[in-house]
Design a binder for this molecule. Structure first.
Ligand code: SF4
Length: 322
């Protein structure tokens, strides 16, 4: 059977970020998660207390980051763990994943990133942060680093709607997100955004409309997540007290939704993740049985085949949503 070829050059139904990275850099980049002891401005009182209402960092911190204090030790442990699981990466990049990894004075940041880049196995950094924790000086430093190393920034967009951002206690506006992504892209740095679907107060149509909105941003890649309710969060308390306010996606509903989202998304934005992954141990809501994220991803792709649809099928470049 002759498989169709899509704008990203293969027959896969969406533009996979793994393919984009392979083509751009010549191979797979393996991230090694680092916990470098950051916090967030909506936790320490600068912009608020308690953090985002859904946030439980433990739920996505790999076991090799726990109980190891220094960055070199975390990288050693992480590389040893990942070497057994995944073969032949092009190189490793230190993934500053927990909390807001640009939320310290610049000189401290330089020392933290340098200690990772000094490690013999590390050739780049991936820095996850909030859009309001970035400025010209930090980005100038990243631009300089990017002449010798792989440098990628990940921003939590979460929602394009200010009323949602306020409700989840983000402490910044969507305007901050647009600005940070633009400033990062203007320097030629890799930039990825995260979106979270299923937050109470947003209709499915509003969630879907975010495909049009983020298509107007200069993103290289995007990570899509469905809401899961983590233990020890304010969201878990609200879920127990007012379950009627939550309309969490069933797996079938989410598959249908995320396909419709991708149909509207600019095919130039690669997709790094289609679904959340959180250990049941940390979760309050029942989830989707024992279905793993990679199983759900394959299911999404097979439904796209059945429906003969693909990322960007309904994308209209001329439309301006920002
Ligand atoms: S900004 Fe990120 S790490 Fe900080 S509280 Fe919000 S979700 Fe958690």
């Amino acid at each position: 059977m002759n498989r169709p070829k899509f704008p990203w050059g293969d027959g896969r139904r969406y533009h996979a970020n793994s393919k984009r990275i392979k083509e751009k850099y010549g191979g797979r980049i393996q991230k090694v998660s680092i916990n470098a002891g950051f916090t967030c401005p909506n936790r320490d009182g600068t912009k608020g207390r308690g953090g985002c209402i859904y946030c439980n960092n433990q739920s996505f911190t790999p076991s090799y980051c726990v109980d190891v204090e220094d960055i070199t030790g975390q990288i050693d442990k992480g590389v040893e763990f990942l070497d057994k699981r995944y073969k032949n990466p092009l190189f490793y990049a230190a993934y500053f994943q927990s909390y807001s990894n640009t939320y310290k004075p610049l000189e401290e940041l330089k020392s933290i990133y340098s200690s990772a880049l000094k490690h013999e196995k590390i050739s780049g950094i991936v820095v996850s942060t909030r859009p309001d924790c970035i400025d010209d000086n930090i980005l100038d430093y990243f631009e300089l680093l990017s002449k010798d190393y792989y440098v990628s920034l990940e921003y939590g967009i979460e929602s394009c709607y200010d009323r949602t951002l306020e409700w989840i206690n983000r402490g910044h506006l969507f305007e901050d997100t647009k600005k940070a992504i633009q400033m990062t892209s203007d320097r030629g740095l890799e930039v990825t955004g995260h979106l979270l679907f299923g937050l109470p107060g947003e209709s499915r149509e509003e969630m879907l409309n975010q495909a049009n909105i983020v298509s107007g941003l200069p993103l290289n890649a995007i990570k899509l997540h469905h809401l899961q309710i983590m233990k020890n969060t304010k969201l878990a308390r609200l879920y127990r007290e007012t379950p009627e306010k939550f309309t969490l996606f069933s797996m079938e509903e989410y598959i249908d939704f995320v396909i419709r989202f991708m149909e509207k998304l600019d095919p130039g934005i690669a997709i790094e993740r289609l679904v959340s992954e959180a250990p049941p141990l940390h979760r309050v809501n029942p989830g989707w049985g024992n279905k793993r994220a990679d199983w759900v991803q394959k299911k999404i792709e097979s439904v796209m085949e059945e429906k003969d649809t693909w990322q960007g099928k309904q994308f209209k470049k001329s439309q301006k949503f920002l």
